[in-house]
Design a protein around this ligand. Sequence first.
Ligand code: ADP
Length: 321
Amino acid sequence: MSPSPSASKPNPIVDSGSIAETPPDPTPLVTTDTAEKPAQSSRKGRPVATVAKPPVGGSSPSKTAPGPGATGLHAGRPAKSAARPDERVTNRVVLAMQGVTKSYPNGRVALRGVDLIIPEGDFVFLVGPSGAGKSTVIKLLIRDELPTKGSVLLDGRDLGKLKRREVPKIRRKIGIVFQDFKLLPSKSVRDNVAFALEVVGTPRREIGPAVDRALRVVGLTGQADQLPNQLSGGEQQRTAIARALVHSPRLFIADEPTGNLDPLISWEIIQLLLRINEMGVTVLMATHNAEVVTAVRKRVVALEDGRIVRDQVGAAYEREA
Ligand code: ADP
């Protein structure tokens, strides 16, 4: 696939900064899994591209992290200066994985001593062959799993030390989209996005404006009343992106978001994610899409057999000579 920036379509971002007015953290991680059967089921078996030889070792800090005054989705949100001590130390770091090892009950070791720091504003591609540990990283971030060893800190909070009642609040810091969109088939685009706020009791008067802003960001204002099955794959993914953004997450995770999309539409989704990142949102995207990764030249973290074998800013999908 060759990248086709913008193609013939207008830029979907019609109002890049306006979602900043969204009230802070009104919703948890919402994927609709438990509420209703998703419109499509998960598909595996995507193409595998392998990352070249291990290991280089060591993380390189991102060159892309903006300063504290970054504008965009988070603009206008008050700085949390009265944070607990661990938050003060790490307030510019959205994600810190320190010495993380994950063994599953069957003895399978999915991650081995992973160290990964993602500063605010970064855009990170997480790449590697099937079985490398990418999904396990994501499961740890959304606290679906706990590390066997080491720690995972989101916004300075150690996810392994949360009390049960604190989990929903921390999950609100994450917005996530998947390969298979996971939209509610009987709800309109607008209602799918609104649902993310409704389930956490956001006041009704705040929901409408927040949903409108999110739909503007993804360029779906005109399709707000359509059902998912009346949308193209790209539009369904945009709906999922709006739903993940509507609560202004600290970390936006895209798990193989272009896996079900053709190359042109994939490129449009990547352009949208880049635009969202420019608005100040930290993005972590797990992908096998080598052409997109190589074309975009962002930070690439490559996993192989549970280890980070490359962490490089401005990199291609595969190691270059
Ligand atoms: P990737 O997303 O890169 O394909 P995963 O994180 O899914 O990799 O898997 C990493 C390793 O952990 C693989 O060997 C996989 O078989 C194993 N694994 C993943 N989930 C489980 C699980 N729930 N139980 C046992 N082993 C698992």
